[in-house]
Design a protein around this ligand. Structure first.
Ligand SMILES: C[S@@+](CC[C@H](N)C(=O)[O-])C[C@H]1O[C@@H](n2cnc3c(N)ncnc32)[C@H](O)[C@@H]1O
Length: 207
């Protein structure tokens, strides 16, 4: 990966004999050991419902580790968190702290309708919510298109290349195309390649 490149690693934990695997943590620490920078840890909160467990709280999230080589070259933070005092003028003067510690008055400001979102991202992930493409649900574990869209916007610009080495039903490829990014998808299962190709309207060439 080039300097400034970003990896988004989405991972949850399994439970083995009542013991959380913590595979997520192990992988995160390993990424740091081999030289990646852990730029952010974002929670993918799943809004979809599922039958409750008997003995533990229902797990409603996965981690999304945002790893970079050096610092990310592209950072387009999404501003969609409604501000409480949107369109009001600040009560007092806004000040800027200078390097020598003094404060420079910057006058009053109008509060923008939306601010930068937090690092907990919530998506509807159930059947019918993740995508409108029926064919995609032939894959058992698809990402919501919106989740993919938010990451591609955040960490790349038009014309950049997005690689998905575990591309499943082709969600990343689909959204990358819509957002004018180039893409490369890799998938080990021929059946899932068929699903992705059909979803993307591509010819499937057997190797
Ligand atoms: C969680 S799914 C990804 C789903 C995808 N994000 C989507 O929205 O459809 C992970 C995929 O990785 C594939 N996979 C697992 N090991 C792989 C490998 N070594 N090389 C390529 N693909 C692999 C699996 O077959 C599976 O389709």
């Amino acid at each position: 990966m080039k300097d400034g490149g970003v990896v988004v690693w989405v991972v949850g934990d399994s439970v083995i004999k009542g013991n959380k695997s913590l595979t997520s943590f192990r992988q995160a620490l390993y990424f740091q050991e081999i030289g990646f920078n852990m730029y952010d840890v974002i929670i993918y909160e799943k809004a979809g419902t599922a039958p409750p467990h008997k003995n533990r709280y229902f797990n409603a999230f996965e981690y999304m580790f945002v790893l970079s080589k050096g610092l990310p070259k592209t950072i387009n933070l999404i501003e969609d968190k409604p501000n409480n005092w949107a369109n009001h003028t600040t009560f007092g003067n806004v000040t800027r702290r200078e390097q020598d510690g003094t404060l420079t008055p910057k006058g009053k400001k109008v509060i923008k309708p939306f601010g930068i979102r937090t690092n907990i991202w919530r998506y509807n992930n159930g059947k019918g919510f993740a995508t409108k493409d029926k064919i995609a649900y032939e894959h058992p574990a698809i990402f919501p298109e919106k989740l993919v869209e938010d990451h591609i916007i955040s960490w790349s610009n038009e014309g950049d290349i997005v690689l998905d080495p575990f591309c499943g039903s082709g969600t990343v490829a689909k959204v990358a195309t819509e957002l004018n990014r180039r893409w490369v998808g890799i998938e080990i299962s021929k059946e899932y390649c068929r699903i992705a190709n059909e979803r993307l309207g591509l010819e499937c060439t057997e190797q």
